[in-house]
Design a protein around this ligand. Structure first.
Ligand SMILES: Cc1cc2nc3c(=O)[nH]c(=O)nc-3n(C[C@H](O)[C@H](O)[C@H](O)COP(=O)(O)OP(=O)(O)OC[C@H]3O[C@@H](n4cnc5c(N)ncnc54)[C@H](O)[C@@H]3O)c2cc1C
Length: 413
């Protein structure tokens, strides 16, 4: 009987591990709580109406339809034991296990903020944020309120991208759509506790990102720490100074922590770091468990003395590496090949850091566009997103500007 490999998580790491095992003499069961693979780097585009949910997600079953050694199961894994995983519908035994369940939002002990400042990690998060942002403009038109404010907490790539896209939407896309309000008068505030935006980028690019955001009409508050978030109220502090902001919508982009499933591995002796990531051996196995691998955002591993970052290329490389180790094609430790970082700001600005080559402005934006579309999982998605983007670029439109609230129901007789 061939070896049974169970992969938990169909994200960048899990899906790439499964694909790399295509020719291996193994039976694979891939379990994910959703039935789709999600291209998270473009979630902010869904949250701001640039593309539709289906453009950045593909059914996992469809992606793997030609790979006969994989069975896809939609289920939630709750617990990991020494030779089986426990799901909502039962247990599934394994010979080899790959755990790749990614990360989730981190409110640094203030979980009550989540209700008023949702984070951006899943498609439902993105459509909920889209409803809040667009809903704020609708409310202003209804009430005639002049004071429209959006607060984005966290000046990393997601925060910068969200602030840029909302500012762009307010200044350009919505310009002619309303009668009683001027959308361009909306305030977009990006709050970052640290001294600069994009702390993982070189300082000169951080400065350029800030200038590009200001050019789009956003306000950047660096060095300001959020101390309270309530319904339409955000308090920020810098030393003894305090400001109270009254936003119609707040977005949380300030922190991530590893998936909760990592905790289950503690029962097998795993140690978690401060972000809840599982400390693994250099070959990504769980210490003491040569048949259990942890990959992607959930794994805490270093390369060349530096922690491997929680980014998509690292997750993809880990997934492929683990598959190679399982097939005996790889013997050495995991090595991360850093291909650079990109962030976009609005319609045609951005920053790109490829080590010695650094760009900002239109070239960075074009590089970002190329890389992100190239990596979109299905060919159809690539084509759709490219066409939609070209159209949006020319017309400054954002065609997926739908407000869909869960509580909205059809009127009954
Ligand atoms: C808004 C946003 C923007 C980003 N932008 C960029 C960017 O521009 N560039 C970049 O390189 N990286 C970016 N990232 C980070 C990148 O998306 C992650 O590093 C990458 O997705 C990690 O891959 P993964 O396979 O570890 O986890 P994920 O891709 O998160 O996949 C985890 C999978 O596990 C499933 N899962 C979770 N828990 C369970 C469970 N208990 N049972 C079953 N299934 C489960 C999930 O449904 C999911 O499909 C961004 C992330 C976000 C949220």
């Amino acid at each position: 009987m061939s070896c049974h490999v169970v992969i938990v998580g169909g994200g960048f790491a899990g899906l790439n591990a499964a694909k790399r095992l295509k020719k291996a003499d193994v039976e694979i069961t891939l379990i994910d709580r959703t039935n789709y693979h999600l291209f998270q780097p473009l979630l902010y585009q869904v949250a701001t109406g640039g593309v539709s949910p289906a453009d950045i997600a593909s059914p996992i079953r469809y992606v793997l339809r030609r790979q006969k050694n994989v069975k896809v199961v939609q289920d939630v894994v709750r617990e990991i034991r020494d030779s089986e995983v426990v799901t909502d519908s039962g247990t599934i035994g394994f010979d080899v296990l790959i755990v790749a369940t990614g990360a989730t939002h981190h409110y640094f002990g203030n979980n009550e903020w989540a209700e008023y400042a949702p984070g951006l990690k899943t498609l439902p998060d993105a459509t909920a944020i889209r409803a809040r942002v667009l809903g704020a403009f609708e409310e202003a038109e209804r009430t005639g309120s002049e004071d429209l404010t959006f607060v984005i907490v966290g000046g990393g790539p997601t925060g910068v991208e969200m602030a840029g896209a909302i500012a762009e939407m307010a200044r350009h896309t919505l310009r002619s759509d309303f009668r009683d309000i001027d959308p361009a008068a909306a305030h977009v505030l990006l709050v970052e506790a640290g001294p600069r935006l994009l702390p993982s980028f070189p300082e000169d690019l951080s400065r350029k990102a800030e200038v590009q955001l200001i050019d789009l009409g956003a306000r950047v508050l660096t060095g300001w720490r959020v101390t309270a978030i309530e319904e339409r109220r955000v308090v920020v502090a810098k030393g003894a100074e305090e400001q109270v902001l009254y936003p119609q919508a707040t977005v949380w982009a300030a922190g991530v922590k590893a998936s909760i499933l990592g905790k289950s591995l503690q029962l097998l002796g795993a140690t978690l770091d401060r972000s809840g990531r599982v400390e693994v051996n250099p070959d990504l196995t769980l210490p003491g468990w040569p048949n259990i691998y942890v990959a992607g955002d959930l794994a805490a591993v270093s390369h060349d003395g530096k922690p491997v970052p929680g980014v998509a290329p690292a997750a993809i490389q880990m997934g492929k590496y683990v598959a190679d180790v399982i097939q005996g094609k790889e013997g050495g430790p995991f090595r991360y090949r850093d291909k650079g970082s990109l962030a976009t700001i609005g319609r045609s600005a951005g920053v790109a850091d490829f080590g010695r080559a650094r760009f900002s402005g239109f070239i960075a934006w074009a590089a970002w566009l190329g890389v992100h579309i190239f990596f979109l999982i299905g060919f159809e998605n690539r084509l759709l997103v490219m066409i939609q983007w070209a159209w949006n670029y020319v017309t400054r439109n954002r065609s997926a500007r739908l407000v869909m609230r869960h509580e909205q129901t059809e009127e009954k007789d």
